[in-house]
Design a protein around this ligand. Sequence first.
Ligand code: NAP
Ligand code: MG
Length: 402
Amino acid sequence: MTKIKVKNPIVEMDGDEMTRVIWAKIKEQLILPFLDVDLKYYDLSVTHRDETDDQVTVDSAKATLEHGVAVKCATITPNEDRVKEFGLKKQWASPNGTIRAIMDGTVFRKPITLQSIPPAVKSWKKPITVARHAFGDIYRDQELVVEQPGTVELVFTPAGGEPQRLTINDFQGGGVVMGMFNTDKSITSFARACVTFALGEKMNLWFGTKDTISKKYHGRFRELFQQEVDRRKAELDAAGITYSYFLIDDAVAQTMKNEGGYLWCCMNYDGDVMSDMVAQGFGSLGMMTSVLVNPDGKYEYEAAHGTVTRHFRRHQRGERTSTNSVASIFAWTGGIGRRGEMDGTREVTAFARKLEQAVLDTIEGGTMTGDLVPLTTLSNPKSVDTWEFLDAVESKLRASLG
Ligand code: NAP
Ligand code: MG
């Protein structure tokens, strides 16, 4: 079989633990035998990040900006236990956070749906993609516990001007207070990335805030989002994509009775909470993909789950594992498909779609990893291990490529 030529490079970010083992196997078994592709490899394993003082993470993000497409394996975000486990120099920051900051990107999480795995919400027929504005608000706030009577104020001192003051509360006793912010630049980038993504995926746009209560803070989000939608109205109209604004509580209620298929854009906290609700509602963490998109249309694809440490411990002891590889395979196909679209090489995109179909057909045919068995409506599902599943996908893929 002659390999399909991929015109431009794809950045590959390797990772840790169970996902690293699966990642290498996917590459060897399902990608490299079929594609002639220049992979710009960056080893983001926690030990290599440590050796390079995390420079490798920065370099991989810059390479993504240069080449436009990356695929990433899940990585350990070290806590104190991990520092001891690996003898690290320090508790390095989350690689995803670092990459997101360099790319100025927005994270979109999308479930992989199947006929035989019905969502928990009966009305859901199509995947709901959640876009989370992953900057600011309570994730960058300042907080105080007030332990005695006193006044808390909000003070803004303009450069070279007189301070403006607002009283937040005159405390008679104990309490709590929080100050948070966002920036026009970040909100606008978020809106741009959402519009770009909706156009690319042909999905309607939803956005919700609580601007009836928070007229200035949430109101600013609504206003800037609307400006971006207005700016690109011609493109959205041509693609037949609509924009709907809701109050956030209404957006939640609508989601529970809608058939799905839209891009739900969320403020930071809402996105944090709602993406987990949507993920669980569609079934398994092993079936949730994630893509980081920057406003200029650079993409980094990954699985939404972590390195699946508990399964890795079993694998290290030589025990059988039934870790779901679907989201990791879809990280690869997401990147390959996007590369093909950017390069105008239809055969490359077609290969990605065929590999995805081989995965879906394998599961619909009754062969699946253990996590999906309790979720399926199929009567005699065959529970296979991590490697048997990949073998089954490979044979379906080979059959479909002829
Ligand atoms: P996790 O790796 O997502 O795994 C949590 C549990 O979810 C697993 O133990 C397993 O449950 C289930 N699960 C997740 N993915 C699965 C899959 N593909 N197939 C089957 N079951 C799956 O989260 P974690 O254990 O909290 O975190 C482990 C490491 O991953 C941490 O070091 C964390 O920093 C890192 N992490 C990285 C990313 C990223 O790179 N994007 C994201 C999150 C976490 P059972 O054990 O019950 O089978
Ligand atoms: Mg969360």
